[in-house]
Design a protein around this ligand. Structure first.
Ligand code: UDP
Ligand code: MG
Length: 325
């Protein structure tokens, strides 16, 4: 079949695996990947980004690299998944680059479907979670509310059920590298760069071993980054709230004046005064808080610190898998 990509030399596929304490998972994941990837292309490499793991992740990858084409990029400490993915993208040399979790939650079989799409000419192919029944009700509702708000206010459309499980063309990777943002929500940046994209539904597997490192704190911090990075709606909302409160206050003033003129009321109403001051104080503190989020973001961008630091980069001498495998 003639496809937009036919006639090109065999593409090099780089599969980035961000890993934080994933020794046990990588032992399963890497061999599995090295079974699937040769079906797509003769030239492939796995790039494990060790995000400051405290377990045997590094030793495991080095042991694996004796049998499989695995490179190891070690960050100097734990910088978080967004930074680890950015590091992987900066070092990935592939014509086709894959990002997936190292905990087996993203099914490797999907890569064949993704690759087919790439051959058809799509530049970015992302996995869309077919169902979220594995998550708790509260998390599901909060996620839905977050994406609803983001889609209403952001300048780009961020797919609610898409994740970081993706395959992309080298030109998308180059585009992503050109973004100098420090505090990143990759999912937003993937959407922001554009290109011919398509979502493919898949079912998330349970984690093979260990526990998720995305608790409520990390998730809410990521959500805040997403909102402040892609929308200025929260700032605008306060303008409207401010205007409405002022209007209310003015109407109340008119009522007070009129009632004094007509009914000749004396000066009661200190409870109203206390309630009014309290309410306004709350509103002001909240709005300063929202402003603060944006100022903090400016501050972290202005400092200009790198997104991650590399402590080690090791590539295997032998890049092809052994024949007996
Ligand atoms: N991860 C990482 N750095 C971190 C936290 C997580 O590189 O600080 C990696 C982790 O090893 C895994 C992926 O990001 O490959 C997804 O993490 P996790 O499974 O904890 O999150 P969840 O699947 O619950 O979203
Ligand atoms: Mg996971």
């Amino acid at each position: 079949m003639l496809t937009p990509r036919s006639g090109q030399p065999t593409p090099l596929i780089t599969c980035i695996l961000p890993a934080y304490n994933e020794a046990d998972n990588l032992k399963e994941m890497v061999p599995l990947l090295c079974e699937i990837l040769p079906k797509l292309s003769d030239r492939f490499e796995v790039l494990v980004v060790d995000d400051g793991s405290r377990d045997a992740t590094e030793a495991t990858v080095l042991a694996l690299s004796e049998r499989y084409p695995v490179s190891l990029l070690s960050l100097s400490r734990n910088f978080g998944k967004e930074a680890a993915m950015s590091a992987g993208l900066d070092y990935a040399e592939g014509d086709v680059v894959i990002i997936m979790d190292s905990d087996m939650q993203h099914p490797v079989e999907m890569l064949e479907v993704f690759y087919q799409r790439w051959l058809e000419g799509y530049d970015m192919i992302y996995g869309v979670r077919a169902d979220r029944s594995d998550e708790g009700m509260v998390k599901r509702k909060l996620t839905r509310a977050f994406y609803h708000m983001l889609s209403k206010s952001a300048d780009v459309e961020i797919q609610p059920d898409a994740g970081d499980f993706r395959m992309m063309d080298a030109k998308v990777v180059r585009a992503l590298r050109s973004l100098s943002e420090r505090k990143r929500m990759m999912k937003g940046l993937f959407a922001w760069v554009g290109f011919r994209s398509i979502g493919v539904p898949f079912k998330v597997n349970p984690r093979f071993s260990g526990e998720t490192s995305f608790g409520i704190r990390r998730l809410s911090s990521l959500a805040l980054t997403g909102i402040t990075a892609f929308s200025s709606a929260p700032l605008r909302i306060w303008m409207f709230i401010g205007a409405s409160v002022s209007l209310l206050a003015m109407s109340y003033a008119v009522i007070v004046v009129l009632s004094t003129l007509i009914l000749g009321t004396d000066v009661p109403g200190w409870p109203t005064l206390v309630a009014g001051i309290g309410f306004l104080g709350g509103v002001q503190l909240l709005s300063v808080g929202v402003l603060g989020e944006y100022v903090a973001r400016i501050f972290s961008e202005v400092k200009g610190r790198p997104v991650y630091l590399i402590s080690d980069y090791r590539r295997p001498v032998q890049v092809e898998p052994k024949d007996d495998e």
